[in-house]
Design a protein around this ligand. Structure first.
Ligand code: NAD
Ligand code: UGA
Length: 435
């Protein structure tokens, strides 16, 4: 099948290369010409483990193509995936759909034979109806179907998640015609055990928001329990184990940490409230989750200030600044809300990130490795859970006292024999604080 992906970002590039790896001919399109030129040279625009090798191999095998010529790519394809960004709009809550609608308009002018147009971007319920309307308005003769097929991959785990998802969701108002095609396309995945869920277009669109909001709720819940653990002297890791082993609850997404961040949970939870408003349905649970998650960043900034005692001119080093490990994505990362509060108190901040220096943090000092962070600071904050932070070289800490605030609970207080280290973590009893 000839496929094109419009939007070659985290989702478009990963899904595109994997469909190519399954044996399809895939054209990845982007209006960012530099990105496309770089991809042709084998320069991958994002940090995603395993992606480089896959892209280069499939490009060399002539199954994967890159272009900025959107018109030709659409004409040459049977299946067109829309995978452009749907960030938060200027109003601060809604999903901005201008990229999706702009692409729909271009598609309408290039339908030369029957095509299936698939929205893979996360879009509010009824967006498919609107995409269909735009195409019909500009093109009343061609035959096409607009299908919803949300993506559930996680950054940093994208290749595994795409190859081995729990389910593939397909929503169409013409399942009779589209289901067989989509089933065939996803066969390499469903053969390995993923459930194929076929539903209406609107249900499929809503499944995506409900999934993200539910996962965000789970994280927020365990973070609130962590706050309680710290006060009553319990251990949140044991609570997560104790509740997560109940199959009705499930053990995943119960890791307490520095609030949820990233390019999706923050924007999608907000957009879900806006969808509720549009259809006059109150989303109290999701509203509370957003509020609690925002507050958490402030609570953690206060905790750092409390640990420092007198914060003015104290030196704090952050290990990891992205919203999670194994990604270079800085969108809505938690520390962007923590830093201003610390800077206001006169704290001197430096940071190290395995994916390099960040343009968003121009005013902070970048260090080249974690050793430099361990040697030169009063407090070290483990902000992301990169594997390399699980075996830090604490022997570097010799002469002075170092405090560590482990926001990902990578360590146990008992593992510190160096008496110069004072260890703080998340949601563990006060007794666990000191090494
Ligand atoms: P991204 O910003 O990484 O990539 C989007 C790409 O689309 C960019 O390269 C941009 O240049 C391109 N683009 C924008 N408008 C275009 C146009 N008119 N024509 C051609 N190209 C255009 O975004 P992303 O993280 O890949 O997310 C894409 C969508 O997938 C969003 O709706 C997001 O919510 C959803 N999603 C993302 C993830 C994730 O892990 N990032 C997971 C599941 C779903
Ligand atoms: C999330 C979803 O997990 C994907 O299924 C979805 O496709 C994607 O959003 C999307 O729609 O874009 P992602 O944002 O890449 O994926 O990363 P997650 O692993 O879900 O982490 C999100 C945030 O929650 C991170 O800040 C992470 O540190 C935090 N988190 C996650 C926790 O604090 N605890 C956990 O147990 C899990």
């Amino acid at each position: 099948m000839k496929i094109c992906f419009i939007g070659t970002g985290y989702v478009g590039l990963v899904s595109g290369v994997l469909f190519a790896d399954f044996g399809n001919k895939v054209i990845c399109v982007d209006n960012n010409k530099k990105k496309i030129e770089n991809l042709k040279k084998g320069i991958i625009p994002i940090f995603e483990p395993g992606l480089d090798e896959l892209v280069i191999r499939n490009y060399k095998s002539k199954r994967l193509f890159f272009t900025s010529d959107i018109n030709k790519a659409i004409k040459d394809s049977d299946i067109i995936f829309i995978a452009v960004g749907t960030p938060t709009a200027k109003d601060g809550v809604s999903a901005d759909l201008k990229n999706v609608y702009a692409v729909a308009k271009i598609i309408s002018k290039n339908i030369n034979k029957y095509k299936i147009i698939i929205t893979k971007s996360t879009v509010p319920v009824c967006t498919g109806d609107e995409v269909e309307k735009i195409i019909k308005k500009n093109n009343s003769i061609s035959k096409f179907d607009v299908v919803s097929n949300p993506e559930f991959l996680r950054e940093g785990e994208a290749i595994r998640d795409f190859r081995y998802p729990d389910r593939v969701v397909v929503g169409s108002n013409n399942l009779k015609k589209t289901k067989l095609v989509l089933e065939k396309l996803y066969e390499p995945i469903t053969k390995k055990g993923a459930k194929f869920i076929a539903t209406t277009r609107r249900s499929s669109e809503l499944i995506k928001y409900a999934a993200n909001a539910f996962l965000a709720t789970k994280i927020t819940f365990i973070n609130e329990i962590a706050n309680l653990c710290e006060v009553v002297g319990s251990n949140v890791d044991d609570i997560a184990l104790g509740i997560g082993t109940d199959a009705r609850i499930g053990s995943r997404f119960l890791r307490a940490g520095p609030a949820y961040g990233g390019s999706c949970f923050p924007k999608d939870t907000k957009a879900l409230i806006k969808i509720g408003d549009k259809f006059k349905t109150d989303m109290t649970v999701v509203k509370t989750v957003i509020k609690s998650n925002e507050k958490r960043k402030s609570i953690l900034a206060d905790r750092i200030i409390e640990i420092l005692g007198k914060p003015k001119n104290k030196k704090v080093g952050f290990l990891g600044v992205t919203f999670k490990a194994n990604t270079d994505d800085m969108r809505d990362t938690q520390c962007l809300k923590i830093f201003p509060k610390l800077l206001k108190k006169g704290v001197k901040i430096s940071y190290y990130d395995p994916t390099g220096e960040k343009k968003e943090l121009k005013n902070l000092k970048y260090k080249k490795n974690s050793d430099e962070i361990l040697i030169n600071n009063d407090l070290v904050v483990i902000h992301t859970e990169w594997d390399e932070f699980r075996s830090l070289n604490f022997s570097k800490v010799k002469s002075k006292k170092l405090m560590i605030f482990d926001m990902r609970n990578l360590y146990q207080a008992s593992s510190f024999s160096n008496k110069n280290i004072i260890y703080y973590s998340i949601g563990r009893s006060l007794n666990d604080k000191k090494a």
